[in-house]
Design a protein around this ligand. Structure first.
Ligand code: F6R
Length: 257
């Protein structure tokens, strides 16, 4: 759906999370990091502080993690999610898991991560951002649409895009652990959020282009329950905007996202 601005994307995504936890207090959340979900995370923290939602029984899995950053590094996604979201909620720290990019045996860590998601019963609601190159998680273009959690090498473009968090591209790690596209597609509800003109091309390719490994976000077209929440700027490359607006405006309230 197309909303006015990033703050509005945050309210829509927060509504979906709150609705899940109202129905299922021990729901399993999949959490992206990066800037796209920040309005949603701020809104969830606000609602939690206002007593509107509790995460006491919820569980959460991160999408991805850099390899080789020391534990507690401020840009390690485990640190980022604690700072931006989970540290301000009542979710127990032990209920928040991410792939461990410091593990000695990274292959075993990836297999253990997949097993942990399965043992939790799978992910109910997966929050996703999208890279300007169409990546989801850190599944860069050409990632297998059937891929599982594994080591990936970041493209030069993604490292440049993320340099703003590190104070220079040289400090951005080259390797990451990421849930695979196949792992992501097993979540029961996918909610992809994007804002700003830099995402317009990726959103157009993901939503209206062919399903292709060159645009990993286009794999959402194969999912039975995928929602794409964008602001006006990120929607600028879409062709069927009139239809999307009409469909959202006429959506029955019982349906949710
Ligand atoms: C991070 C992740 C990435 C980001 C993407 C967009 O956990 O999954 O796919 O969502 O790189 O990043 P932002 O939101 O910073 O533009």
């Amino acid at each position: 759906m197309i909303v006015a601005d990033p703050a509005a994307t945050g309210r829509v995504v927060a509504d979906a999370v709150c609705r899940l936890l109202a129905e299922r207090p021990d729901g399993v959340l999949g959490l992206a990091t990066g800037s796209s979900p920040l309005p949603a995370y701020r809104e969830l923290v606000r609602r939690h502080r206002a007593g509107e939602v509790s995460f006491r029984q919820a569980r959460a899995f991160l999408l991805d993690e850099y390899v080789g950053l020391p534990p507690g590094h401020p840009q390690a996604y485990r640190s980022v999610i604690e700072r931006e979201l989970t540290g301000a909620l009542d979710i127990p720290a032990a209920a928040v898991r991410g792939p461990d990019g410091t593990a000695h045996d990274l292959g075993a860590e990836c297999a253990a991560y997949e097993a942990a998601i399965a043992a939790a019963g799978g992910i109910d609601l997966q929050v996703l951002g999208v890279g300007a190159d169409g990546h989801i998680g850190f599944n860069e273009p050409s990632s297998s649409l059937g891929s599982r959690t594994r080591l990936k090498t970041l493209t030069a473009r993604t490292r440049r895009d993320n340099a703003r968090f590190f104070g220079g591209v040289d400090q951005v790690p080259r390797h990451v652990l990421t849930q695979g596209v196949g792992t992501i597609l097993e979540a029961r509800h996918l909610v992809l959020v994007a804002a700003g003109e830099a995402k317009a091309e990726a959103i157009a390719r993901a939503v209206e282009g062919p399903v292709t490994a060159m645009t990993p976000a286009s794999s959402l077209q194969l999912h039975p329950h995928a929602s794409v929440v964008v602001d006006e700027a990120a929607a600028a490359g879409l062709r069927l905007t009139d239809y999307y607006r009409e469909a959202y405006a006429g959506k029955p309230s019982w349906q949710g996202l």
